[in-house]
Design a binder for this molecule. Structure first.
Ligand code: ADP
Ligand code: MG
Length: 482
């Protein structure tokens, strides 16, 4: 056991799924020609003024309501002043002293089923910066302002997490929450959700928090976990060698697994924050908040509880199937069509998840429709096919060969349940293996069990896996003990 305890707090940038930017009418669509989605406001031309996007405010409030946070009836935009080529205004418009979302919390279910509450310090609205493109131009840097002014909320947690697993579990829960309530598209490869991890260590039993470092802009759960583990090791090594930790901002390269110091930590003072004179305080009415509250869909945590109660799923299964909206919708569609929650859960978390993983596909792009999976389950339940054959049929569906019924028909996979045909087969097998049958009859109960498998194997081989297993067992038993 380590003598050290890890302490982690997260700052998460969540890109809001508005159509247009937070202070201009330019589109937020990803992947456009550089600078084609940059309006005069985003370019910071003199004389232009920001106009606040109501939808961005609504989404921030929805997030706050979903984490049970205080919603501040009044919040204020401030200017955070710094120079960077992709920030033509010379300041980022953000919130500091009066953010829109106050303290809240999220409960996270960990892998072992235990629950962990992470407090949310606050969440504020702000705009994203542009992008500097260093690779595309020889000896020059390109500036793309398409992303400038994209609305974000920055969610800041208390330092409540105690391991990389807890931090990742929280990050996943946050991802499923913001996508479920529709305030973020959740596409991490496009930077829609970016995590800054603050990490410190302290000796077990110590009250005082250790000095922390902040690793910025992690855009995958895997990188986040790697970065935390590395940083914890690095800090413990330094402290055990009698050194001390420098409070600094670090960068982690996921491809090489190496992190390096970027700059020493700056203070809020360094940025000369002041309230933005171009924007009025954001005032929210009671009715607005109630209306937004009523518009919230079922939250992942509520869905998890419902899946346990309504479908009798285990906590573990319910957590996986409720974790993202597309998966839970797919699951519910299959249950509705097949009437069997247990089989639906098994197939989605088993065969289907394995295929999706192997081909790095999202469930939204799954080639097996909910209708087809439900049909497959129905054929299993009415004994048209065995579970072994069902896997073949599933493969066929995945490869676009048609519906389960079509595939079963075309490939002649129907289970043999005709007792006459099965009886004939059993008789033949016993005649062909007379010595083994003799030995079986002479053996005791314990040995018989093992020997029985041999006959089942022969029968399955003879029927190409299509013999109805239950019927086959009965007929074999009768014939052997006969
Ligand atoms: P600052 O204002 O200097 O950025 P904050 O108090 O806002 O610092 O904290 C920023 C983030 O760092 C929060 O997520 C917080 O939980 C986390 N944090 C603060 N102190 C520590 C610490 N000693 N160890 C780990 N995380 C910390
Ligand atoms: Mg901070």
């Amino acid at each position: 056991m380590s003598a050290w305890e890890t302490v982690i707090g997260l700052e998460i940038h969540v890109q809001l799924a508005t159509k247009t930017k937070i202070f201009s009418a330019a589109s937020t669509a990803f992947g456009a020609e550089p600078n084609s989605h940059a309006s005069l406001v985003d370019l910071a031309l003199p004389g232009t003024l920001p106009v606040l996007n109501r939808e961005a405010v609504n989404m921030a409030v929805k997030f706050g309501l979903a984490v049970g946070a205080e919603i501040n009836r009044r919040s204020v935009f401030e200017r955070k002043n710094y120079f960077y080529p992709d920030l033509p205004k010379g300041y980022q418009t953000t919130q500091l002293a009066e953010p829109i979302v106050g303290t809240g919390s999220m409960e996270v279910v960990l892998d072992d089923g235990s629950r962990k509450t992470v407090r949310i310090h606050h969440a504020h609205l702000e705009e994203d910066a542009g992008k500097s493109l260093h690779e595309d131009f020889h000896g020059m840097t390109g500036i793309d302002l398409n992303r400038a002014g994209t609305p974000l909320i920055e969610v800041v947690t208390e330092p409540d997490m105690r391991s990389a697993e807890e931090a990742v579990a929280f990050a996943r829960a946050l991802h499923s929450l913001v996508t479920a309530i529709g305030v973020c598209d959740g596409d991490m490869s496009q930077g829609s959700l970016r995590f800054d991890v603050n990490v410190s260590v302290r000796r077990k039993g110590e009250e005082k928090l250790g000095t922390r470092t902040e690793t910025k802009n992690l855009n995958s759960f895997r990188f986040m976990e790697m970065a935390i583990r590395k940083e914890v090791e690095r800090q413990i090594d330094i402290l055990e060698d009698g050194g001390s930790i420098t409070q600094e901002t670090r960068l982690f390269n996921g491809d090489t697994g190496v992190s390096r110091a970027m700059r020493s930590k700056e203070d809020a003072n360094d940025y000369r924050y002041f309230p933005c004179p171009d924007l009025l305080p954001v005032m929210l009415s009671e009715e607005q908040i109630i209306e937004l509250k009523n518009s919230l869909p079922e939250l992942p945590a509520q869905r998890l509880v419902r899946f346990v109660e309504q479908f009798g799923l285990s906590d573990y299964d319910a957590r996986i199937l409720s974790s993202d909206l597309a998966t839970s919708d797919y699951f519910e569609a299959v249950v509705k069509l097949s009437g069997d929650a247990k089989l639906a859960a098994n197939w989605i978390m088993g065969e289907l998840a394995a295929k999706l993983n192997a081909e790095e596909k999202a469930i939204a792009a799954c080639p097996v429709s909910a209708e087809h999976l439900a049909e497959l389950i129905a054929r299993l339940k009415d004994n048209t096919i065995s579970s072994k054959i069902a896997k073949q049929v599933f493969e066929g569906c995945w490869n676009g060969e048609g519906s389960p019924d079509q595939i079963i028909e075309a490939r002649g996979l129907k289970q043999v349940s005709d007792s006459g045909a099965l009886q004939k087969m059993v008789d033949q097998i016993i005649a062909d293996n007379a010595a083994q049958a003799e030995a079986y009859r002479a053996a005791d109960e314990g040995k018989r069990k093992k020997m029985f498998g041999f006959f089942v194997g022969q029968a399955m081989k003879a029927s190409q896996g299509k013999a109805n297993p239950q019927q086959l067992n009965e007929l074999l038993q009768k014939a052997l003990e006969g």
